[in-house]
Design a protein around this ligand. Structure first.
Ligand code: PBG
Length: 323
């Protein structure tokens, strides 16, 4: 045998020398849940180790992440039911929990990269990502709300706006609103290929944001489709997106790779709540080795082509020095 591939695996030093993919703190984005109040920190039942923080505790959490070299955060609000309405007006109210949180984080940690979520669902009394009329999700009317939300986030200091709603034309609409208001430097990370997935359950528990009726299949993509992801990615690129995101990550590694091969833009992937819950549940039962399972997951998402990974594992992998 002239070729014996095992020779390149014979020692740790050689294995590391030929390693093709690495995950570092710079690739990680940590999603954080926010709740109203002071000194609050409540664990999400289906996401062991993940908490909803009141703003004071959020600042403490971010400070401890920054010390670990974890510098990027994606914020999500848990909104009191009494503040929700059909038009998600709470999403662009000056003194809303979310806007206060963005301002506080940027005031205290100007160097942190704050990514903000643009979608109606946490603020919608219908629990949908768009305005609902007679059981239908209205696209163009929803864009106006998204535009107001994105502008409010930019005014509070958001570095990157991340629309997660899947309405048609929203990237272009938001880009225009930002530019017209002189926020030409605020980036857009678009949830380009966001699938109607079963893996968002724990996130909806965390935010109490599950749809009150029906499902999200008229706007989120069919898990069976690949080519449709390219249509969405191409449109977002033409409309001015700076990053294209695929969500979820693990069951959609083929989509990450496909989009990566068709764009020059950086690709992001969201290792979602259900993926986290699945791994943690198996670890709690003693069925998986925690360090090995988690680093393998993150490495595989990077290998598929993601530059950035939104993951609930972000802090623990750095705290435990697993990378
Ligand atoms: C909704 C949104 C969802 C997630 C992020 N933004 C879920 C949904 O579509 O209901 C899911 C993230 C996760 O599961 O970790 N705009």
């Amino acid at each position: 045998m002239l070729q014996r591939p095992r020779r390149n695996r014979k020692s740790e030093v050689i294995r590391q020398m030929v390693q093709e993919t690495h995950v570092s703190a710079a690739n990680l984005i940590f999603p954080l849940f926010i709740i109203e109040g002071i000194a609050q920190k409540t664990e999400v039942a289906s996401m062991p180790g993940i908490f909803r923080y009141s703003i004071d505790n959020l600042l403490r959490e971010i400070e401890s992440c920054l010390k670990l070299g974890l510098n990027s955060f994606d914020l999500f609000p848990n909104i009191d039911e009494s503040l929700k309405d059909k038009y998600a007006t709470e999403s662009h109210r000056e003194q809303s929990l979310y806007l206060r949180a963005i301002r506080e984080v940027k005031k205290n940690f100007p160097e942190a990269c704050v990514i903000t979520d643009v979608a109606m669902d946490p603020y919608s009394s219908d629990g949908h990502d768009g305005i609902v009329e007679n059981g239908e999700i209205l696209n163009d009317e929803t864009l106006e709300v998204l535009g107001k939300m994105a502008l409010a986030h930019a005014q509070c200091g958001a570095d990157i706006i991340a629309p997660s709603d899947m309405m048609d034309g929203r990237v272009g609409y938001i880009r225009r609103v930002l530019d017209e208001n002189k926020f030409t430097n605020v980036s857009i990370m678009s949830y380009s290929a966001k699938y109607a997935s079963a893996f968002y359950g724990p996130f909806r528990d965390a935010l109490n944001s599950a749809p009150k009726f029906g499902d999200k299949k008229t706007y989120q993509m069919n898990p069976a489709n690949q080519r449709e992801a390219l249509i969405e990615a191409n449109l977002d690129e033409l409309e001015g997106a700076d990053f294209l995101m695929v969500k979820p990550a693990l069951p959609y590694l083929d989509i990450i790779k496909l989009i990566k091969d068709h764009t020059e833009l950086p690709v992001a992937a969201y290792n979602v709540s259900g993926e986290y819950a699945m791994i943690k549940a198996a670890i709690q039962k003693g069925w998986l080795n925690e360090q090995r399972a988690i680093t393998e997951v993150l490495t595989s998402i990077r290998r598929a082509g993601a530059s950035a990974i939104l993951t609930y594992h972000a802090k623990e992998v750095l705290e435990n020095k697993w990378l």
